[in-house]
Design a protein around this ligand. Sequence first.
Ligand code: UN1
Length: 513
Amino acid sequence: AEKFKIKEILEELHIQAMNEGSSTGIQSFSSGEIIQSFSPVDGQLIASVVASTEADYQKVIETAKKAFNEFKQIPAPKRGEIVRQFADKLRNKKEALGKLVSYEMGKSLQEGYGEVQEMIDICDFAVGLSRQLHGLTMHSERPNHRMYEQYHPLGIIGIISAFNFPVAVWSWNAALAWICGNVCVWKPSEKTPLCAIACQNIMAEVIKENNLPEGISSLINGDYQLGEYLTNDTAIPLISATGSTKMGKIIAQKVAARLGKSLLELGGNNAIIVTPNADLKMTIMGAVFGAVGTAGQRCTSTRRLIIHESIFDQVKDALQKAYQQLRIGNPLDENNHVGPLIDQDAVANYAKALSKIVLEGGRIVVEGGILTGSGYESNCYVKPAIVIAENTFETVQQETFAPILYLIKYSGDVTNAIAIQNNVPQGLSSSIMTSNLREAELFLSTNGSDCGIANVNIGTSGAEIGGAFGGEKETGGGRESGSDAWKIYMRRQTNTINYATTLPLAQGIKFEL
Ligand code: UN1
């Protein structure tokens, strides 16, 4: 394997982290506390970043306001051209940015590149969309009247993103927000500030090369306090936030209190139903990737397998075998399947969930544990675990961001499995493994999965950008990325035009002077 040189990668991405906590596209500044970014891969300090203060925040917002007044005048297809140029640069930087994602966040190199690919894909989608921000034309009930609707930009979009997808989730929001004529202020996770600086630097080049107003894309680094400035600020009409349900509930209430809009993408508790008609080879592949990919730190990670009793032991044995083959270690080494958790807090949460579920009556099938010694110096590496559990256990009802898979038995027909699948507070992703048409269609029907994502013969994670992404219940209800998710980044206006010489009223009301 080629040697990994972080210095060269930081250089290629123009990261001089110390003074780059805040950035308005051209200027970088910051005067707050120091955030140190440690790699969970080897525990090394990668770089330090100076966080933004409230004064820095105010400066960012003033710049963003000015930028919006200019940017909204640019025709949407021209804004699409800006996003096209951004995607071009991402294609050139895919390797460096993918490596930084992998090193700062800890996901496998393949998944790091995959995340950058997701950015490129959403940009392509947004470019096409920039010529398709369609509204409808309606027939007026009055003669010689025309009625139609149009979509206008909203303003400054606040984007709060999580550590687990440190670059892709921002780009789903930013690419759409930009083609819609908005400007963006990004508050990334304080666990992955360098990935954010790298993305901001790439977009800053596009801004400079096109002589666009600074402030189309801004970055503020720091802790939850900066997120609060955004959520409380009436200058921000839309907050798009990805993270825990706990965080989402706080944001939702704060934004609602000022009648702002929010787009929330929160916790999942995703299940695969395995019926007697499942293709077991596909099931094992889908379940193992879903449970241990990104070390179980995707909001779409597979947490639960709901297996029919007639094949329960067979599936369990096959999973045990598959887990024996998993290689845990440095995610930059492409021979490894499972990398580290993000930090030692995450390791503690993993350990807590495993000891609690045993007290609740869970039976360990594949033992977990924290890895130490050579190659595991960061103390962030854990063994993926499998536990036979009941859906009603408290631990099973909660999302633990770690590679723990719960096996749950069902009997009778698939309606029982669907009831178990829906019986959790979260509603993000779900899937069924079956080649039986009736089971599959029932699962997708109104009596089926209550999640925002429902798949057949595919695992719960790894959604494409073309569909709307998000979920119901405690997942927060937001939809981002594909389909018509762009509409939330715009305000809809209904226009009625009278080209008659009289003034007829709607509903046939007569009013004469
Ligand atoms: C997330 O974990 O926040 O469907 C996003 C997937 C990815 C996105 C996950 N495309 O797993």
